[in-house]
Design a protein around this ligand. Structure first.
Ligand code: HPA
Length: 234
């Protein structure tokens, strides 16, 4: 049991899927895991552990933004021994070829400043996905009917952005989409020799202003859960 995760020792699997939304954790556990059981509800940040094809898996909400994800990922890794952490979440599309419902696998994540930034001082650390997970997730996505993009994303600190010029620079530099967590997850995984990946569904588009209706979000989210699970155990 840690400050933010009320699980008992041994309650958390080495493989953890991390949606931002705790209710997505519940939905994914109930729909994709066998025998899911609630292992955390501190602050309503639900976490479940069950099995997938016989493999133990935890699905733990991360909350929104890098400071929140950092708390959960630190405790999962340092106190509960998590080794493979896969973010499953939504993102805003930034390039014209990126369409709603497409899946983005983040090779790397650019950020203005993650919670880890202060320890790097003048250094711009380049957070990267784990290659084995990235490769396996690409294969899993290619076997489905989803549009797939693999490349850089932008982990922003602000959803309601007062600096549109930052998005413009990201678009100019080929960044595929924007979300709010991956850069810190990749940095923590590097620090503690874990594997990490962000599998993202495009839920809205910054260029066109389109957004997925909520009923279609669920279906797209299911593809992402399956891609993450296949990648983790391939
Ligand atoms: N900005 C930041 N995070 C997001 C977005 C966005 O437009 N869409 C989904 N997650």
């Amino acid at each position: 049991m840690t400050i933010h995760i009320g699980a008992a020792p041994g309650d958390i699997a080495e493989t953890v899927l991390m949606p931002g939304d705790p209710y997505r954790a519940k939905w994914a556990a109930e729909n994709f895991l066998q025998s899911p059981r609630l292992i955390n509800e501190v602050r309503g940040m639900l976490g479940y552990t069950g099995t997938w094809n016989g493999n133990p898996v935890t699905i733990q909400g991360s909350g929104m933004g890098m400071p929140s994800l950092s708390i959960y990922a630190n405790e999962l890794i340092r106190d509960f021994g998590a080794k493979t952490l896969i973010r499953i979440g939504s993102c805003g599309g930034m390039q014209p070829q990126v369409k709603l419902r497409d899946v983005i696998l983040a090779m790397t994540a650019t950020t203005v400043g993650s919670p880890s930034q202060s320890m790097f001082r003048e250094m711009n650390f380049a957070p990267v996905a784990d290659w084995s997970l990235l490769q396996a997730a690409a294969k899993a996505a290619q076997s489905r009917e989803v549009g797939l993009h693999v490349g850089g994303i932008y982990s922003s600190d602000t959803f309601y952005d007062e600096r549109p010029d930052l998005n413009e620079q990201m678009v100019r530099h080929g960044i595929l989409g924007v979300e709010m967590e991956a850069a810190e997850l990749y940095t923590l995984a590097a620090r503690y020799q874990c594997r990490a990946l962000a599998v993202l569904t495009v839920s809205d588009h910054l260029g066109t202003g389109e957004a997925l209706p909520s009923d279609q979000r669920e279906r797209s989210f299911g593809d992402m859960v399956e891609i993450a699970l296949e990648a983790a155990f391939s």
